[in-house]
Ligand binder design. Sequence first.
Ligand code: HEC
Ligand code: HEC
Ligand code: HEC
Ligand code: HEC
Ligand code: HEC
Ligand code: HEC
Ligand code: HEC
Ligand code: HEC
Ligand code: HEC
Ligand code: HEC
Length: 344
Amino acid sequence: MFKKLVKSGVIGVALLFMATLAPSAAAEDEVKAADEVKAVVEIDLKNPPLPKTLEEKATRIELLSKQKFKDAQTCVGCHDEQYEYPVFALFKTKHAVVADPRSPMANQQCESCHGPGTMHVKAKKQGKRSGTIINFGKKSWTPVKQQNDMCLACHQTHERIEWRGSKHDFNGLACTSCHKIHVARDPILDREQQARVCANCHVDKQAKFFQLSHHPVREGQMACSECHNVHGEDGSGLMVKANTRAKCVSCHAEKRGPFLWEHAPAAEDCTLCHDPHGSNQPALLKKRAPQLCQECHDPAGHPGGSYGGASLAAGSFYLQAKGCTNCHSAVHGSNHPAGMTLLR
Ligand code: HEC
Ligand code: HEC
Ligand code: HEC
Ligand code: HEC
Ligand code: HEC
Ligand code: HEC
Ligand code: HEC
Ligand code: HEC
Ligand code: HEC
Ligand code: HEC
């Protein structure tokens, strides 16, 4: 198995690179056992001299191209750790798992993403400015659609089936507006770091998580992507589940129901009363009772007489301590036989 991997060349470099980071005698032995890789060792990739000119780099490429390596090998001859933009961290990611037949390194290697590189290599060997290649990111000349197509060629699966035409696609985001490829661990896939990436564009939402009551996103216990499917929508607002309520009760199961006595808004949409991102009212409430309740319930509608003789004008018994929920505690719905008015 190992031999087979080494044959594909790039894993050899990957291993060497790993070995540089964490010297392991066993790994080195194995690597040395492979003839092809030995040749690379001779030009000392483990401690590569800094090529100062393009010619020097080209020489290295010549050396490398005499070996039977191709693709990635050619590229990393110039784009090594000394290059202004180090790329080797890629070899620590899933994209470099040669044993996975779907991965770039098992296919066209660097060219799986950057497209055909022959013209590029030729031009750069001659020190020319021409010979650009598909590149990613804001400064790239490659149109966003083409950038995304390179990724979608492999990734238009699962939730990304709905990427095209989604809010993010429509607004011209590239996959690389959020994802980093040449890093060992993409920050956006890390719960603790994800929100910061989103905050590059959604500062207002990040600010909400600093309010008194908030979901523990800032604390790194929850990610934006636990509520949002950022790749495409199957409901409103890029939500993960088809509707907001389904998403909320997937964690807050006790609010799911069904209830004997439902409270209509709670059965419909939790965000009628709660702001999912944060609030300075307790329990993520958009407003406090009684204002919250009176958005829908006519103050005059509360049964007068029996509790204080007045309707819900100022000073009413029902408004004491702003406490609609002091009595109507089952505001999410009640299973008590006598819970029709959500009192228990
Ligand atoms: C899975 C797709 C993918 C693969 C495979 C890949 N790259 Fe990249 N590359 C990117 C993306 C995306 C960027 C933009 C920066 C980032 O997101 O990390 C990039 C940036 C670069 C840059 C920096 C260009 C600049 O802006 O100066 C170089 C150089 C580069 N890659 C070389 C390589 C080499 C060499 C290989 C093979 C060892 C390789 N890439 C494999 C996706 C890929
Ligand atoms: C002979 C050396 C050499 C080889 C081989 C080489 N590159 Fe480059 N590459 C360069 C130089 C130099 C630049 C910087 C161009 C500039 O800044 O004007 C560059 C730039 C890039 C960029 C930034 C986009 C651009 O067009 O400027 C990417 C991406 C890239 N190379 C990927 C690759 C990939 C993938 C391979 C393998 C197919 C590869 N390179 C092979 C020298 C090389
Ligand atoms: C040749 C196919 C191919 C291309 C092109 C490709 N990927 Fe991947 N990508 C994969 C495979 C295979 C995996 C591993 C999937 C798995 O293990 O389930 C992967 C994994 C990922 C992951 C998850 C990484 C992790 O650690 O879980 C991200 C994010 C990703 N790719 C983004 C991108 C982006 C962005 C691009 C375009 C710049 C891209 N990919 C291009 C094949 C590809
Ligand atoms: C708005 C930011 C954003 C954009 C744009 C984006 N992604 Fe993602 N991506 C994420 C987040 C957040 C996750 C982790 C949560 C998840 O799986 O939904 C992720 C996860 C992934 C994964 C790994 C999923 C897994 O199961 O491990 C792949 C693959 C991926 N994205 C590919 C892409 C591709 C391809 C594009 C471009 C078409 C893209 N992404 C655009 C934010 C983004
Ligand atoms: C607890 C679930 C949840 C979490 C966590 C969450 N959101 Fe939301 N988000 C929602 C719901 C529900 C809506 C739609 C209702 C609304 O507009 O308030 C929404 C709406 C949005 C909107 C569009 C609404 C608008 O005002 O235009 C953006 C942008 C957004 N969220 C970004 C984020 C970001 C960024 C994070 C992480 C820092 C995040 N969300 C975390 C549930 C969540
Ligand atoms: C590069 C900028 C950028 C990044 C990074 C980004 N977004 Fe967005 N997002 C946008 C833009 C632009 C819109 C469209 C805004 C609009 O229509 O008002 C949007 C819209 C949204 C919406 C609302 C969708 C709707 O239907 O109204 C949600 C939810 C959202 N983003 C979540 C996220 C999350 C979660 C992340 C991080 C994982 C993220 N975004 C990262 C730019 C970004
Ligand atoms: C991924 C799981 C998850 C999802 C989805 C989720 N929540 Fe939460 N929710 C939590 C956690 C965790 C807490 C914090 C509990 C704690 O601090 O004890 C919380 C707390 C709350 C609180 C109490 C906050 C406080 O300050 O007391 C409310 C209200 C709430 N969530 C409403 C919602 C609503 C509405 C939705 C849907 C938009 C939702 N949640 C979706 C996990 C989730
Ligand atoms: C009619 C307004 C309203 C709606 C709709 C609503 N809630 Fe609430 N929710 C409240 C009020 C008021 C409180 C504070 C209760 C208190 O003061 O004891 C609260 C508290 C909470 C709490 C924290 C305290 C607790 O009881 O655990 C969670 C979690 C919560 N709601 C989740 C949800 C979910 C999930 C939904 C959607 C199924 C939802 N809420 C719909 C008004 C509402
Ligand atoms: C978004 C609108 C809305 C909000 C906000 C709201 N409710 Fe309701 N509530 C309703 C609707 C609609 C009904 C069903 C009325 C019906 O069936 O006649 C209802 C029913 C009730 C009932 C049962 C009444 C009956 O006749 O069966 C009580 C009690 C109640 N709400 C209390 C509250 C309290 C307390 C609050 C504040 C914490 C509140 N509501 C917030 C819309 C709302
Ligand atoms: C002191 C306890 C108490 C407080 C405080 C209270 N209620 Fe009630 N509420 C009741 C009782 C008891 C009933 C049932 C009356 C009946 O069955 O005749 C009721 C009935 C209701 C009903 C359904 C009956 C109707 O026809 O209107 C609604 C709606 C309602 N309350 C809303 C509210 C709102 C909104 C507040 C806060 C402004 C509030 N209540 C404060 C005890 C209270």
